[in-house]
Design a protein around this ligand. Structure first.
Ligand code: DMJ
Length: 519
């Protein structure tokens, strides 16, 4: 499946963003940066194709330019381009790429990701810190840009931006992502819910439906995965309101964000990521029951319609199609890992057979609209997510499922006993299924902290007789931690991930030199 779609893209569509499978040509959609190739890059490695990964990584370095006069979605560029490049950067060693000294805290793909992310930063320069939805990559935000952004468009940055900050040592990215999350959190209703679209300047909720699907979905995903990746429990505070007000018989409905009354008793195919996310929180029983509800819809139609009316037990007019989305397969992957129940493999088989039957054309796979038309489009998430999750569902021992033992001396910056064990904390998938390695974040964060400690010590030594203490230490990632929680005072949870890296002062002591604050 992968190579049928991928080769069709390369043969007919590259360097455009996407393949048009009915006309066998290409089109720019979300930007003009060969999006499908960036999005598919790490899937090549997931499938074990190191040589093609290497070839494509170098093509992208030579051809992609983000200095272009293009209006791009801040959200999509982040999850697909920044996320795809970060993931490829972190997997570069496994892919047999030549690594520059300092990797994983530096490298050409990381610089590309940073370059793309910098182009998004003007969108965050708003009175609230919540970003505009669109930015021109060359000129910044247009003066006529609407201030109305969806919730996911405000709250889906912490994974990529914290990764960038902690790998590069520049706190800007993590800070803007946290500021946006905090601003969004402040606007929740008295019953603790957020709506669907918000005016990011006035903070007025323009669409007041609260739910877990379109417009909101990955906001919740990033709170949970952000909490896991950054060991920041306070990102989890949202969950109670959603469970109290929107869950009915293990379905999730849309409710009015202030009153909690049902506004749309609809299940959307985008919501099917939820059981997988719940399994990450340990809510396995309810995740399994919700998955069964969603799988019954799949069985009814041989695919997941975009919208399904729960009381009517049928699709919603004009929303019948299945655009090759990954979400139910993604949940099946997590739940199979958690339970070993073969029901989830059966969903995988069903999905594979349906896609082959409904969506395959001589030139790739099309979005199925179910109104007797096929949409001439193959979204890049088909290669980045749908096929990746299918593959990982059927490969339970794949390295991306965690338990990594990559301690092979790949990162020696710490010196003696300072080796960084990459992959040791498992992988966190961003919302476009790009795996990120929390251990790399931690190790580069430590590296940065060490640099800061050394600077502080040198500063103290250069001021003989001075009793003044060195400036306060920066937190991991080089940034002062800015929690999104509203409680006064900051709760600092020590990182649970451990890398065998000693504090800098301890390493100096081992070498027989005593440079501490008190001597
Ligand atoms: C993907 O781009 C991402 O998963 C996003 O969060 C939601 N939509 C598509 C897949 O359906």
């Amino acid at each position: 499946m992968f190579y049928h779609a991928y080769n069709s893209y390369l043969d007919n569509a590259f360097p455009y963003d996407e393949l048009r499978p009915l006309t066998c040509d290409g089109q720019d959609t979300w930007g003009s940066f060969s999006l499908t190739l960036i999005d598919a890059l790490d899937t090549l490695l997931v499938l074990g194709n190191r040589t093609e990964f290497q070839r494509v990584a170098s093509i992208l370095q030579d051809t992609v330019d983000f200095d272009i006069d293009v209006n791009a979605s801040v959200f999509e560029t982040n999850i697909r381009v920044v996320g795809g490049l970060l993931s490829a950067h972190l997997l570069a060693k496994r892919a047999g790429m030549e690594l520059e000294p300092g990797w994983p805290c530096s490298g050409p793909l990381l610089r590309m990701a940073e370059d793309a992310a910098r182009k998004l930063l003007p969108a965050f320069e708003t009175p609230t810190g919540m970003p505009y939805g669109t930015v021109n990559l060359l000129r910044g935000v247009s003066p006529t840009e609407t201030p109305v952004t969806c919730t996911a468009g405000v709250g889906t940055f912490i994974l990529e931006f914290a990764t960038l900050s902690r790998l590069t040592g520049d706190p800007t990215f993590e800070n803007v992502a946290r500021r946006a999350l905090r601003a969004l959190w402040k606007t929740r209703s008295d019953i603790g819910l957020v709506g669907n679209h918000i005016d990011i300047v006035s903070t007025k909720w323009v669409a007041q439906d609260a739910g877990i699907g379109a417009g909101v979905d990955s906001y919740f995903e990033y709170l949970v995965k952000g909490a896991v990746m950054l060991q920041d429990e306070e990102l989890l505070t949202y969950d109670r309101a959603i469970q109290n007000y929107t869950r009915f018989d293990d379905w999730y409905l849309w409710v009015q964000m202030h009153k909690g009354t049902v506004s749309m008793p609809i299940f959307q195919s985008l919501e099917a990521f939820w059981p997988g996310l719940q399994s990450l929180l340990g809510n396995l029983d309810s995740a399994v029951r919700t998955f069964q509800n969603y799988y019954s819809v799949w069985r009814q139609f041989g695919g997941l319609p975009e919208f399904y009316s729960i009381p009517q037990g049928y699709t919603v007019d004009k929303r019948e199609g299945y655009p090759l989305r990954p979400e139910l397969i993604e949940s099946a992957m997590y739940l199979f890992r958690a339970t070993g129940d073969h029901t989830y493999l059966q969903l995988g088989v069903d999905a594979l057979e349906s896609i082959e039957k409904i969506a395959k054309t001589p030139c790739g796979y099309v979005k199925d609209l179910r109104d007797h038309q096929l949409d001439n489009r193959m979204e890049s998430f088909f290669l980045a997510e749908t096929i990746k999750y299918l593959y990982l569902l059927f490969d339970p021992t794949h390295f991306l499922h965690g338990g990594g033992t990559e301690g092979d001396g790949s990162w020696e910056e710490g010196g003696e006993a300072g080796e960084c064990v990459l992959g040791a904390g498992g992988f966190i998938f961003n919302t476009e299924a790009h795996p990120l390695d929390p251990a790399a974040l931690y190790c580069c964060g430590r590296h940065d902290q060490d640099r800061q400690e050394l600077q502080d010590i040198l500063l103290t030594l250069s001021q003989p007789g001075s009793q003044s203490k060195p400036p306060p230490k920066q937190t991991e990632g080089g940034s002062q931690s800015e929690s999104i929680a509203l409680k006064p005072g900051e709760k600092k949870t020590p990182p649970l991930l451990s890398c065998p890296v000693q504090p800098f002062s301890a390493r100096l002591s081992i070498l027989g030199q005593v440079f501490t604050d008190n001597t």
